[in-house]
Write a protein that binds this ligand. Structure first.
Ligand SMILES: [Ca+2]
Ligand SMILES: [Ca+2]
Length: 99
């Protein structure tokens, strides 16, 4: 069950309207999100996301979000995780602008 939630969380991250609705081209946004996902999940750096890498990535996301370590995610834990992701995204975007 939790894997489905984790996969849903990943897909929501990849296609988050909050992140994709700032006036830039949707294709560019989707490409950036795919690149970010690959950067974090493609552990052998072959630029391909295997099912094992994707599963390991969602497991890491789940573990990070499950702050009380009870093996399930409350809405508040998911919201807190999404906030962290949005902050991380904004920080990365800010870094890009200063380069
Ligand atoms: Ca790979
Ligand atoms: Ca929990």
């Amino acid at each position: 069950m939790y894997k489905y939630l984790a996969v849903a969380a990943v897909m929501a991250t990849i296609s988050s309207p909050a992140l994709a609705n700032d006036g830039q081209n949707m294709d560019d946004k989707a490409m950036k999100k795919a690149e970010e996902c690959l950067k974090e999940a493609d552990t052998n750096k072959d630029n391909i996301l295997s099912k094992e890498e994707f599963t390991a990535y969602t497991d890491r996301m789940f573990t990070e979000a499950d702050t009380d370590s009870n093996g399930s995610l409350l809405k508040t834990e998911i919201v807190a995780q999404k906030k962290k992701e949005i902050e991380k995204w904004h920080a990365a975007k800010k870094d890009e602008k200063t380069k």
